[in-house]
Design a protein. Structure first.
Length: 69
């Protein structure tokens, strides 16, 4: 299922993603805006991180992930 999700994210146009899963689309857009505004050395807390799917976007930024297990 994870492989299908990654394939969908990489190949689907934005308008399809927005129609099929508007919640995830909005979260992704928010994360991208944070990444674009963050500067090297900033600290980002990913609360409810789960599988840390946004970690790869924040390579130059201090990244702390937390999730209830």
């Amino acid at each position: 299922m994870i492989m299908f999700t990654k394939l969908f994210q990489n190949l689907s146009p934005h308008f399809i993603k927005r129609l099929i899963d508007p919640g995830t689309y909005r979260i992704n857009e928010f994360v991208i805006s944070v990444v674009n505004e963050a500067k090297s050395g900033n600290l980002v807390l990913d609360a409810g991180a789960g599988e840390c799917r946004y970690k790869s976007l924040l390579e130059d930024i201090r990244y702390v992930a937390i999730d209830a297990a």
